[in-house]
Design a protein around this ligand. Structure first.
Ligand code: HMG
Ligand code: MG
Length: 313
């Protein structure tokens, strides 16, 4: 397959020279599939993503297997990919999850908090503050082992049960995660309701609360088609870490209104046009998403995958 019609490169002013794509397809994508994807296929997916030039690939979650059966094979999967020369973060909700991840040599973990009470309950069976208390020893122990710690924050813009989420409420939980010792935060628009002005307002409020932009990544779901516009708004603010999922896979089993993440291919297309380096081979990445779409039995929702793959989808 050959990629045709690459965008003309026309840089825009005051954007970062390089963006780190934090690939979440193997975790955020596959956790939401009705059918469990075989471990072998997941391992091949991650190998292909690395081969396409992605350097941070979230591999799986060490959560309760009954809560997310799709990722119950974390112990089998992780050793099959751990030798890859890329960063392989994994989700860890509690000390039990941390023990499992550390036993396999994971050196990058992510805890995942919520800006709202409703989602903390649905996703973690805890109040918001109970969830933060659960993460505290996880972050402390992970840091003591020199592991890199990401703190996700879900429902940063809107929540399916509570509606719009006030910016100060989000800032409070971000501050708590930073004070706990997280190295970076990922601001999750779990149900895709953010718009660009809202994104910039939250980033500014976080800066004012002492959280510098270089500690912040963005995690947009594309439910309302806003993910790329929101990403551009974040780049204009100086953000250089953007979460995306190959082929636009994704969602969250505990938030019914969550659909796919920003597709990595769509992101790479825009960044390429802006002259921003990502190190990703778009041709190989599209081939990987087409391959995965075949395995899942449905076409990729990514517009770039559809436009550039010659295969009928
Ligand atoms: P719980 O039922 O309250 O668990 O679940 P518990 O603490 O009461 O423990 C009950 C039993 O589970 C115990 O076993 C534990 O050992 C065991 P027992 O002593 O009864 O035999 N257990 C575990 N076993 C294996 N691994 C573990 C583990 N933890 C406890 N880690 C819990 C609480 C947090 C575990 C559960 O709610 C859970 O696993 N939740 C995960 C939900 C999840 O993965 N959601 C999707 C990821 S978040 C997301 O997608 C959003 C994001 O993409 C950003 C965005 O878009 O917003 C990141
Ligand atoms: Mg997500």
């Amino acid at each position: 397959m050959t990629v045709q019609g690459l965008p003309m490169v026309v840089p825009a002013e005051e954007l970062p020279a390089r963006v780190r794509i934090y690939e979440v397809g193997a975790r955020d994508g596959l956790q939401n599939e009705k059918a469990t994807v075989p471990t072998e296929t997941k391992a091949e997916f991650i190998h292909r993503l690395a081969d396409a030039g992605l350097t941070t690939i979230e591999a799986t979650s060490f959560v309760h297997p009954k809560w997310v059966p799709q990722l119950a094979d974390a112990e089998e999967l992780f050793p099959r990919v751990s030798e890859l020369p890329v960063a392989l973060p994994v989700l860890v909700p509690n000390e039990r999850g941390l023990d499992r991840a550390l036993a396999l040599g994971a050196d990058r973990i992510a805890v995942f908090a919520s800006a709202t009470e409703s989602f903390a309950k649905a996703n973690l069976n805890r109040t918001l503050d109970e969830a933060l208390a659960m993460f505290e020893p996880v972050v402390e122990r992970a840091k003591a082992q020199n592991a890199h710690v990401r703190g996700y924050l879900s429902m940063c813009f809107g929540d399916p049960w509570e509606g719009p989420v006030p910016v100060p409420q989000v800032v409070r939980v971000c501050r708590a995660l930073m004070d706990m010792g997280c190295d970076e935060l990922s601001l999750g628009d779990t149900i895709g309701v953010a718009t660009p002005g809202h994104v910039q307002a939250l980033l500014l409020a976080l800066n004012e609360a002492g959280v510098p932009t270089h500690n912040l990544g963005v995690h947009f779901h594309d439910t309302y088609g806003q993910a790329l516009a929101n990403t551009l708004a974040a780049l204009q603010h100086g953000v250089t870490t953007v979460d995306a999922s190959a082929g636009g896979l994704g969602g969250c089993p505990f938030a019914k209104s969550a659909t796919g993440n920003l597709a990595t291919e769509d992101l790479v297309w825009m960044l390429r046009g802006l002259g921003i380096d990502t190190g990703v081979d778009l041709d190989r990445l599209i081939a990987t998403s087409v391959w995965m779409a075949d395995r899942l039995g449905r076409p990729s929702p990514s517009r770039t995958v559809r436009a550039l793959s010659h295969k009928e989808q």
